[in-house]
Write a protein of this length. Structure first.
Lengths: 114, 112
């Protein structure tokens, strides 16, 4: 157990809809990152938040957006869902911004877009 | 884009045998990390090796790093059925954002 939780566990949406995924980081962790993992692939970095500000973004369109809250929770929002958005979405928290910091992953949210 | 590429893509061994997985990467790294993922769930951090280190041990795990060949290997000794999982290498990249860039992973099956 990493102490990082995600909700919901599974979600089914239809194309064009909007979705919000939630993550609760370990207490005291100022950094949260979100990753998308398609079937059979490694996780791909979506974006990172540090002390409630976006601190880096991967190659994802603006319809992927996020928020980080002072209580160590965060959200990933995806608008105008596409079939290719079907994936496992993982959040990971770490204590600070450092390249040696361990990132602790949650169990993920499995999103299916029909 | 994928940075590290693991080899082999899949590996099946008997319990008690050793498992070796390799990872190659394209650009220079600060450090390389290995993660395990069970059944498409969350990833668990296994070990981190810095760019100025050549070998690191943690329990039954041994990681090597060859920066001249841009490659790393993960050795699991005396494997157990519970080691069945996918294993990913990842490097920390990005100035200031410290994002993990993962390979596609090696799927390890340990047969009891």
């Amino acid at each position: 157990e990493t102490g990082v939780t995600q909700s919901p566990t599974h979600l089914i949406k239809t194309r064009g809809q909007q979705v919000t995924l939630r993550c609760s980081s370990q207490s005291g962790h100022n950094t949260v990152s979100w990753y998308q993992q398609a079937l059979g692939q490694g996780p791909q970095f979506i974006f990172q938040y540090y002390r409630e500000e976006e601190n880096g973004r991967g190659n994802f369109p603006p319809r992927f957006s996020g928020l980080q809250f002072p209580n160590y929770s965060s959200e990933l929002n995806v608008n105008a869902l596409e079939l290719d958005d079907s994936a496992l979405y993982l959040c990971a928290s770490s204590l600070q911004l450092a390249d040696t910091d361990t990132q602790y992953f949650g169990p993920g949210t499995r999103l299916t877009v029909l | 884009s994928q940075q590290g590429e693991e080899d082999p893509q899949a590996l099946s061994i008997q319990e008690g045998e050793n498992a070796t997985m390799n990872c190659s990467y394209k650009t220079s790294i600060n450090n390389l990390q290995w993660y395990r993922q069970n059944s498409g769930r969350g990833l668990v951090h296994l070990i981190l090796i810095r760019s100025n280190e050549r070998e690191k041990h943690s329990g039954r795990l041994r990681v090597t790093l060859d920066t001249s060949k841009k490659s790393s290997s993960l050795l699991i000794t005396a494997s157990r059925a519970a080691d069945t999982a996918s294993y990913f290498c990842a490097d920390i990249s990005g100035a200031g954002s410290y994002q993990l860039t993962f390979g596609k992973g090696t799927k390890l099956s340990v047969i009891p």
